[in-house]
Design a protein around this ligand. Structure first.
Ligand SMILES: NC(=O)c1ccc[n+]([C@@H]2O[C@H](COP(=O)([O-])OP(=O)(O)OC[C@H]3O[C@@H](n4cnc5c(N)ncnc54)[C@H](OP(=O)(O)O)[C@@H]3O)[C@@H](O)[C@H]2O)c1
Length: 357
């Protein structure tokens, strides 16, 4: 089966995804009977291009080149207006499977334009896979309905804990199980800072060091003010608990200079201060620093580690840990979403069960 893809956003994640597709080309063909072609790319400042015959056929090295003006990088491709036109062009193509890969930056005010991209994709008859938390955190229910009505997929495994399966785990491997709540440490940067604080560092130097090491953003407010965790908490609540919240409705407290003394004091008591995101059916999701007993799974997470505990009716508490991070994990989230689309496509040769090993 052939799938044509357009990339809306072509930064760190989009580019790693393209390379992953290339690395996995044989496995995709042999195991999943899937051949992927990238036919369009849209960015904010580097232009937008479309080529119905596939972009990388003309310049296979381009995904590894520095991001530059796209039309110059792909001379055979047609320069187009922007993201919405790239999506529309994909919708008009004759490809049997059309997928919009949305990896633009999170807009914590209202999730736009990512939300516009997802809606435009459904209108154009395209599946959507995204690593952007915005659409699922702000508008999951409406988007899910639109996708279902159109017989399309809306998948976002990379929105929480990169490629470590959270949504896939529940959807694919826990049939009949009802998730009643969750609690987790789901923001790596703040966990890294809190670990440094409990080891004796002050807040500002710890943050500056993490910015210098590329762990924290130049503008760290999304992380330290708890917005990133709130977006993930809203996504988890909307998808797993049937909530209808946005990140702005999450009861949110971040971390700051005052967290240093609290983190050190917690440690002297054998406890740990962690930024915990939690939710339960019918309740408002919460993100706030909590002093946890030292033997709590979440208390034991140091540095970049993340974990999520799902409270369920039939399986008790189920914990998922992410001990490493990195772009490959996020790119894998998109890859696994693509495989989910392939598995759902009717009338195609079914993918065989994975052989282990
Ligand atoms: N990096 C990670 O490890 C990670 C992990 C999990 C989830 N995510 C999520 O994945 C997404 C992408 O992350 P990233 O690290 O790849 O970000 P990035 O490197 O900043 O890339 C963002 C891309 O989106 C493009 N873009 C921004 N606004 C746009 C618009 N209105 N129309 C079209 N393109 C637009 C940018 O274009 P220009 O280059 O022209 O500015 C750039 O190509 C984000 O939502 C992020 O939260 C990232």
């Amino acid at each position: 089966m052939r799938a044509d893809l357009v990339l809306v956003g072509f930064g760190n994640v989009g580019r790693r995804f393209v390379r992953l597709l290339d690395e996995q080309r044989d496995s995709l063909a042999d195991t999943f009977d899937l051949e992927c072609r990238i036919v369009g790319i849209a960015t904010a400042k580097h232009g937008a291009i479309f080529s119905p015959d596939g972009l990388f056929a003309t310049n296979p090295a381009a995904p590894t080149a520095p991001v530059d003006a796209l039309p110059a990088l792909y001379p055979g491709a047609e320069s187009v207006e922007g993201s919405l036109e790239v999506i529309e062009r994909l919708g008009r193509s004759d490809s049997p499977t059309r997928v919009v890969v949305e990896t633009t930056t999170l807009n914590i005010v209202d999730a736009r334009p990512a939300l516009d991209h997802v809606e435009a994709a459904f209108e154009a008859g395209c599946h959507v896979i995204t690593a952007n938390k915005g659409p699922v955190a702000f508008a999951y229910d409406g988007l899910r309905r639109k996708a279902e009505q159109a017989g399309l997929a809306f998948l976002f495994e990379g929105a929480v804990m990169d490629g470590v399966p959270v949504f896939n785990l529940v959807r694919e491997t826990m049939p009949g199980v009802r998730v009643t709540g969750f609690r987790g440490v789901i923001n790596s940067t703040t966990n890294h800072i809190l670990t440094a604080l409990e080891d004796g560092e002050a807040f500002e130097p710890a943050l500056a060091r993490m910015q210098a090491e590329g762990i924290a953003e130049a503008d760290p407010s999304l992380d330290v003010d708890g917005w990133d965790a709130a977006a993930k908490a809203a996504a988890l609540a909307n998808v797993l608990l049937g909530a209808h919240v946005t990140p702005h409705e999450v009861d949110r407290t971040g971390i700051g200079p005052a967290s240093a003394a609290l983190a050190r004091r917690a440690r002297t008591r054998g406890n740990r201060l962690r930024l915990v995101a939690s939710g339960r059916v019918g309740g408002r999701p919460v993100v706030r620093p909590e002093e946890l007993p030292g033997d709590d799974l979440l208390a034991r997470l140091r540095g970049m580690a993340n974990a999520l505990i799902l409270q369920t009716d039939l399986l008790g508490e189920v914990g998922i840990c992410q001990l490493t991070g990195g772009l490959t994990l996020t790119a894998y989230a998109l890859f696994s979403d693509l495989i989910t689309i392939r598995r759902r496509c009717p009338g195609q040769r079914a993918a065989p069960l994975r052989r282990i090993p």
